[in-house]
Design a protein around this ligand. Structure first.
Ligand code: 3H9
Length: 674
């Protein structure tokens, strides 16, 4: 097999080039090739300096994640990096694209680093539940200080070439189109400079105040995760002992994380997210339809949020409302959201104006005639939607895609009122639509393959993670979510207070509990149709004006700052219902609460999978991570069920009298996983 690494001589400079598409991951062959390249340069008396660069779209984007958990082949990355640093001839990293993880660590082993202006450098290992395990936690603080090292390793967010240059991580910014020539020229400039700057020989100054401040500022973000604290410990270790001591601690912490469930879950999600973009029965080279202009019907919260996704990606949007006031309000909210982001420094006011400049508000549906994609985000009512689809059929140009943002209605019915059901699809955005990353793409019975492929491909430029769902009530996410209301109510009737049920969920890592979510959405949803009806605890709450956060009382009482506290009135209402029913009190441990709420969701996931409504179990997990804030370190409900043990899930369901889905039962009996 030919090596992905080749060497090229430029007189007295040896350029070591990696060509390992798609992202130059540092797999075994790359590591061996790098080792051989450095040896060649060191041994050759005519070579005075070396440059390491990559072909293709990026510098090394990190260790090869597919190798993790398998027996190690070839030299370890740490060994290769130590060898680069130990070279007695200068080695220059020539960076373009994204120098990430192990790729960033390779650059830190080099004596010098040059980069093109568009390059980014970072250590995203923490997002895989890991830490930079090839010296990164020790070299970054030694070059750039503890503060930046904490930021880079524990948040995992990359920094720009400019920021890296200012911090001393990059020695020179070179021409965007002349990286190799400029890197070679730089290598010649430093060829005779001694001593060689070696990160491992520098010291990092302790900064306990920065560590404390960083921990405090990120406490909420890091809650539940193991890896950020491990990154912080390693960075701190860089200031207290020798480089070798620090490396030993880094190794130890890295191995602990690598063996743990959290990293397994996060690595699984990395691939699950990318897998979700693929539709099994549609060829990857399917010709896509061009989406240069989008129409959105409805300027409410959803329509506005949906529009923002496209405007932010530079795609013009025509937004339609039925009344001027509603249209003005919707456009005003979009502007306000953008201006708030600009105030926070996310982009300039100029960019705000540019985005608002490609938004065309109108009251005339006919203005959608030139749109390539039209998304309706109107009231959730089948008759109203059907009427709209009928109208759109008469207005939209040939080949335009007609999409519904419905969160549970039957997309096939909407498609069938048009003369072009193949062009109709569901695009279910999650609220707030400009923030939440999930896009459930609902494939109708007649949706054309190129329509599905186009919408799936569109997700990436608008910053979404798309998952395909079949047509079923609530699709993947809401269909599973609907399974937990019943068990939660049963627990209430057995004397478990709402705040305990919610706390079990938030301790598990969910952003919100069942009742906190109900208070946010509105306890009164659906109740106004028949305000005299008091059949459930929820009805009783609504009847007392306990509509949720908007009335400062719902399942909880809220203070001025929206802080919830348990409500004696709610406790009384629940007790009234409980005493009228014949439900016996039952105590639940936190684990039992979690099982009672989440096992039925896993059970529903198994049905969804069995019916072919989701392509794969990992797609279901992607829905839950990106649409509902399921803690990524638990890998989504289906992955989590595997870690619990499917036999235990089945036993839990049976104990609570829930009929077990055949697929779940079969898998549990066969000792299989999802
Ligand atoms: C590490 O370095 C540990 C060390 O500290 C210590 C070692 C001792 N490995 O994302 P894309 C695949 S941990 C294997 O769609 P983009 C990816 O699955 C690593 N495969 O492209 C996909 O495959 P497919 C730290 C990888 O342009 C294809 O490449 N580094 C890896 O949107 C294209 O990927 C990271 O965590 C990998 N490292 O984004 C960086 N990376 O086509 C991870 C990608 O079959 N990577 N693939 O679906 C990324 O963040 C993005 O891929 C990147 C490009 C920004 C580079």
């Amino acid at each position: 097999m030919t090596s992905p690494i080749r060497t090229e001589r430029h007189d007295d400079v040896l350029v070591i080039v990696s060509n390992n598409p798609p992202v130059n991951a540092l797999g075994a062959a790359v590591r061996s090739g790098l080792e051989a390249g450095i040896k060649e340069g060191v041994a050759d008396a005519s070579i005075k300096a070396m440059v390491i660069r990559c072909d293709g779209r990026t510098f090394f984007a990190g260790a090869d994640i597919t190798e993790f958990g398998k027996p190690m082949q070839g030299p370890g990355l740490g060994t290769v990096i130590d060898m680069i640093e130990a070279s007695d001839k200068p080695v220059v990293a020539a960076i373009h694209g994204t120098a990430l993880g192990g790729g960033c660590e390779v650059t830190l082993g080099c004596h010098y680093r040059v980069a093109v202006p568009s390059a980014k450098i970072g250590t995203p290992e923490v997002k895989l539940g890991l830490l930079p395990g090839a010296g990164g936690t020790q070299r970054i603080p030694r070059i750039a200080g503890v503060k930046l090292a904490l930021q880079m390793t524990a948040t995992g967010d990359p920094i720009s070439a400019k920021a890296a240059h200012e911090a001393g991580l990059i020695d020179r910014i070179v021409g965007e189109d002349s990286l190799e020539a400029d890197a070679i020229a730089f290598a010649r400039e430093v060829a005779d400079t001694r001593p060689l700057p070696r990160a491992s020989e520098k010291t990092a100054a302790a900064d306990p105040a920065a560590v404390e401040e960083f921990k405090k500022a990120n406490a909420r973000k890091f809650r539940g995760f193991d890896a950020p604290a491990a990154n912080i410990r390693c960075v701190e270790a860089s200031t207290t002992g020798t480089f070798a001591d620090g490396i030993a601690i880094e190794r130890d912490e890295f191995m602990k994380l690598m063996m743990g469930t959290q990293s397994a879950a996060q690595r699984y999600m990395f691939f699950a997210e990318r897998q979700a973009a693929k539709v099994d029965d549609i060829p990857a080279d399917t010709q896509l339809r061009k989406i240069a202009k989008v129409g959105v019907v409805g300027a409410g919260t959803m329509g506005g949020g949906i529009s923002m996704n496209f405007l932010s990606a530079g795609i013009p949007v025509t937004i339609v409302e039925t009344a001027q006031e509603a249209l003005d309000r919707g456009v005003g909210v979009i502007r306000k959201n953008y201006e708030n982001s600009a105030k926070k420094g996310r982009f300039t006011q100029e960019k705000v104006e540019a985005m608002m400049g490609i938004l065309i508000p109108t009251l005339d549906l006919n203005d959608l005639a030139d749109c390539d994609l039209i998304i309706e985000a109107i009231y959730e009512n089948m008759d109203v939607k059907k009427e709209l689809f009928g109208k759109l059929d008469g207005i939209a140009k040939q080949g335009a895609i007609l999409a519904s943002n419905t969160s549970y209605l039957n997309v096939n019915e909407m498609a069938d009122v048009t003369s072009r059901p193949g062009d109709v699809i569901g695009m279910h955005f999650f609220s707030p639509a400009n923030v939440m990353k999930l896009l459930e793409v609902v494939r109708g019975a007649k949706t054309a393959p190129d329509v599905l492929a186009t919408v799936m491909a569109l997700a990436k430029p608008i910053g979404k993670v798309a998952v395909v769902s079949g047509v079923c009530p609530g699709f993947i996410g809401n269909r599973m979510l609907s399974q937990r209301g019943g068990p939660a109510n049963t627990m209430l009737m057995q004397g478990v207070p709402p705040e305990r049920i919610d706390k079990a969920l938030t301790d598990f890592g969910m952003p919100m509990g069942v009742y906190q979510m109900s208070d946010l959405a509105g306890v009164d949803i659906g109740w106004h149709r028949d305000p005299n009806r008091i059949e459930t605890i929820r009805d009783a709450l609504a009847a007392k004006g306990r509509w949720g956060q908007k009335t400062k009382k719902g399942w909880y009482d809220y203070d001025e700052n929206r802080n919830p506290s348990p409500s004696p009135e709610v406790a009384e209402i629940i007790e009234e219902f409980r005493s009228k029913s014949n439900q016996a009190r039952r105590d639940y441990t936190d684990d039992e609460i979690i099982g009672a709420l989440l096992y039925p969701m896993v059970n529903e996931g198994a049905k969804i999978l069995d019916e072919g409504m989701a392509q794969r179990a990992s797609d279901i997990d992607v829905v839950w991570i990106y649409g509902y804030g399921w803690p990524v370190y638990r890998g989504g409900p289906m992955f989590w069920a595997n870690t619990v043990g499917l036999d235990k899930v089945v036993a839990g369901l049976e104990k609570n009298g829930v009929p077990v889905a055949p697929l779940l039962k079969r898998k549990a009996e066969a000792g299989e996983k999802f």
